[in-house]
Design a binder for this molecule. Sequence first.
Ligand code: ES4
Ligand code: ZN
Length: 352
Amino acid sequence: LVISPFIANLPKVELHVHIEGTLTPSLRWELALRNKITLPYGSFDELKASYAVTLNHRPELNGRQPGIPTFLEAYFAGCDVLRTENDFYDLAMAYLSRCATMNVRYAEPFFDIQAHTRRGVPATAVLDGYLRAQRDAAAQFNVKSQWIMCFLRDEPVKDGLAAYHEARPWAAGAVKGGKGLFHAVGLASNAYERPPMLFEEGFNLARADGLHITMHCDFGQKDTHAHMNEAIFQVCEGKGSERIDHGLDAEDREELWRGLVERQIGLTLCPHAYHRRTPTEVLFPKIRRLLEKGVKVCINSDDPTLMHDVWIEGNMQKVFTHCGFNKAEMVKLARNAVDMCWASDDEKVSIY
Ligand code: ES4
Ligand code: ZN
């Protein structure tokens, strides 16, 4: 995948990246040594090779191939080396410094605090590590970030609510004395039989605190249309969500894409994530049709180190190549991310 200078140089905003999905094999190896953790791989090369195997598993087989972890199993297994505040800081600084090299000027990364607290890691280590990186990256690389705390939707709702209460002093919005790390909540992990409205109370709490709301409705999953229907028309007292992560399935349901257009709900697409399991000639015309219908979308990376090391620029390159967009259309896509982001107007001027 060759990135053209035009794509490399485009000023970018990234709105769909899981910070734990940016953990490189080399940082994972380094943190395992630092924390005296034995990984189930005899060498760094073996660890690296394990990523290729995971990448090849096919989600449409319901993730089950003997001896090969599902995508989410690999994602959460990677988290095990993250133990101390410094580990979370290093992970976030690695991503944000890479942003600078990709001309990503601003990002809204997701974090899964429950993936760490359920392993016994203190919430403060996670939150203080990311907070310090947020500040240092802004100062050192001029890469600004506002973060999104995700509920793990396949864990009990009450655990997500408890995580929110614990994280709340690190929130922005209208939270008094909040430290300003995260300004939104999201919904991630396995969506199987876990519709968004299950988390209505969590979304309402966040909204009452002045935070933004988004949720995953991944492409081609069981019940995605029904989940999108809830996200658009129901979540938070009929106000609908403000963005939807993925949401590509709206293209083939008129009530859904019209609902998005009428409410100006944008979609954060991650083309390479779908391309791993969708033929080129199916996927890219579908993305094109969504734009033609007037749905606002932006292009993002999801979990780059677990997805062939394809970062936001690789995702933009794929759309440039396979959707047949011209440069003006690519600039429009990059601008959409600025429109869809939750920075203030003043901040938008400084990042773009
Ligand atoms: C994720 Cl690909 C995917 N799906 C759902 N939740 C996630 N968290 C990180 N990557
Ligand atoms: Zn995602």
